[in-house]
Ligand binder design. Structure first.
Ligand code: MD3
Ligand code: FE
Length: 213
C-alpha cells in the first residue's frame, strides 16, 4: 500500500529556507517539561513586563539559563538577573538543553549550545505582534521553540514588517527550528483562543532556546 503518511510522531514540515517544524517532537517529554516550568516559575514567577513604549505585555514571561530576556522602560536586553526577584535565573534543566540541542541537530544546526531560555505564557487573548528577534549576538545561531498547551496561530512573515505572512497552527509538543535566512523573519502569535488543555488548563506555553552571547 502506498503510505503517504505513517501517522507516527514526530514528522517534519519545511516552512522556509532554514525553518522547519518538527511536529510533536517534544510530545513524549511534555509532562516532564511542564513540571520543570512549574519549578522555574516557583523561583522566578511569570510576569507581565512593560515595554519601552509603556505597554503591559499580554504574554507573561520568565526565563532559565545563564541569561534571560526581558524588557522594561529602558529597552530590551539579556541579563543574568531577574530584575523582579533580584536573583539569578534558575539553571536550564538538562532535559530542556538536551531537547533543544537534539532538535537543532535534527534541523541541520549541530553544535547549538543555548545559554538562554525564554518561557512565554499565553492566556486567552494574549498575543505577540510581528517582531524580529535580533537581540542575540550571533545571528548565525538558530532559535529553537517548543509549544505546549493550547494551540496558537503563528504568523511567519518576511524581512520587512509589512511583507505577506503565512499562518501556521502550533500545537502541544510541536518544535520549530529557525535558523539561516529565516532567523530574521518577522513573526508573531495571533490572540490566543480560549480553551482547556488537558495538561495546561487555560494556557499556552512556549519555550525559546537561544544563544544570547
Ligand atoms: C522566527 N515567541 O519569544 S516561537 C519570541 O510562540 C517569540 O511565544 C513566539 O516569537 C511564541 O520571541 C513564537 C517561534 C519563533 C521564535 C523565534 C523566531 C519564531 C521565530 C526567530 C526568528 C524567526
Ligand atoms: Fe520572537
Amino acid at each position: 500500500m502506498l503510505d503517504l503518511f505513517s501517522g507516527e510522531a514526530p514528522w517534519s514540515e519545511p516552512l522556509a529556507e532554514g525553518a522547519q517544524v518538527l511536529r510533536r517532537y517534544a510530545l513524549a517529554q511534555a509532562d516532564a517539561l511542564l513540571a520543570e516550568i512549574e519549578n522555574i516559575a516557583a523561583l522566578n514567577p511569570f510576569y507581565h513586563r512593560i515595554t519601552p513604549g509603556g505597554h503591559r505585555m499580554s504574554v507573561a514571561m520568565t526565563n532559565c539559563g545563564d541569561f534571560g530576556w526581558s524588557t522594561n522602560a529602558r529597552g530590551y536586553q539579556y541579563s543574568r538577573e531577574d530584575e523582579e526577584s533580584g536573583s539569578r535565573w534558575p539553571p536550564m534543566p538538562a532535559l530542556f538543553r538536551s531537547l533543544a540541542v537534539a532538535a537543532a541537530k535534527e534541523a541541520g544546526f549541530s553544535g547549538f549550545n543555548p545559554d538562554a531560555c525564554l518561557i512565554n505564557r499565553y492566556e486567552p487573548g494574549a498575543k505577540l505582534t510581528l517582531h524580529q528577534d535580533k537581540d542575540e549576538k550571533d545571528l548565525r545561531q538558530p532559535i529553537v521553540s517548543v509549544s505546549l498547551g493550547l494551540p496558537a496561530i503563528f504568523q511567519f512573515g518576511g524581512f520587512e514588517r509589512d511583507a505577506a505572512t503565512q499562518r501556521i497552527l502550533l500545537e502541544h509538543g510541536d518544535v520549530v527550528v529557525w535558523g539561516g535566512p529565516s532567523r530574521l523573519r518577522y513573526h508573531g502569535i495571533l490572540p490566543l483562543k480560549a480553551g482547556i488543555h488537558p495538561q495546561c488548563g487555560a494556557f499556552r506555553y512556549n519555550l525559546t532556546f537561544r544563544r544570547a552571547f
